[in-house]
Design a protein around this ligand. Structure first.
Ligand code: SAH
Ligand code: DHB
Ligand code: MG
Length: 218
């Protein structure tokens, strides 16, 4: 499916009304590009949704899987109270380095802990309870990340998984694309999982046609 330019025009229209100029986020996007990071961060509109969801739920401890340059991290961490904490997992040291600089510029270095390495290893070391988990790394590992998120949750913990639609490719039962297979394994696992209640919302916008999964732990 081709992107329709109206999707971006409508994002621009509503962002013009609802999002304020944000030099810190602009600088983050610029630093990411300068560092050669792929421009696959959430959009400003999606970032603000993550921020509002974290605020709506009163999240004090947030876990993120997939930092990139920390764009979504900044949106989420800004929702934390002064004594809140966000742990974010990133495989690539070069991405983590850019993210740490972006988080420092945003004044969030104290509240955010960027952990470098395979997320499955980092997650296995974590203990305690998180109020909100944002999963946005290698999609092939999403079942593993969901299992850790559940282990680190309490009743009411919110778990969000990005990119579960991928231009509709998720419905291709014959796909051998690792990201599609990973997302389909996630769907199969959730089908028989009574530990959480979930829905998927398809989205269009400046980042194309995709969607996210929203779950609440029972
Ligand atoms: N959440 C970010 C975008 C993340 S892009 C934002 O919206 O701003 C996905 C990131 O996951 C990339 O930086 C990639 O290096 C990282 N990643 C890929 N495989 C990983 C793994 N096994 N463990 C941790 N991070 C991984
Ligand atoms: C890709 C990854 C993402 O997390 C995203 O939001 C968009 C695209 C990607 O790997 O192409
Ligand atoms: Mg994503």
């Amino acid at each position: 499916m081709d992107d329709d330019p109206i999707w971006t025009a409508v994002d621009d229209y509503w962002s013009g009304a609802l999002l304020r100029p944000d030099p810190v986020l602009d600088a983050t996007v610029e630093a990411n590009a300068a560092g050669g990071l792929p421009a696959i961060d959430v959009s400003p509109e999606q970032g603000k949704l993550l921020h509002l969801l974290a605020r709506s739920t009163g999240a004090r401890r947030i876990l993120e899987v997939g930092t990139l340059g920390g764009y979504s991290t900044i949106w989420l961490a800004r929702a934390l109270p002064a004594d809140g904490e966000l742990i974010t997992c990133e495989l690539r040291p070069a991405h983590a380095e850019v993210a740490r600089a972006n988080l420092a510029r945003a004044g969030l270095a104290q509240r955010v802990d960027v952990r470098v390495g395979p997320a499955a290893v980092t997650l296995a070391e974590l203990t305690g309870v998180f109020d909100l988990v944002f999963i946005d790394a290698d999609k092939a590992s999403n079942v593993t990340y969901l299992e850790h998120a559940l282990r680190l949750s309490r009743p009411g913990t919110v778990i969000i998984v990005d990119n579960v639609v991928r231009r509709g490719r998720v419905v291709d039962a014959g796909s051998n694309d690792g990201t599609v297979l990973g997302t389909r394994r996630l769907a199969a696992a959730l089908h028989t999982d009574d530990r959480l209640d979930a829905t998927v919302i398809q989205t269009v916008g400046r980042k194309g046609y995709d969607g996210f999964l929203y779950a609440v732990v029972r």
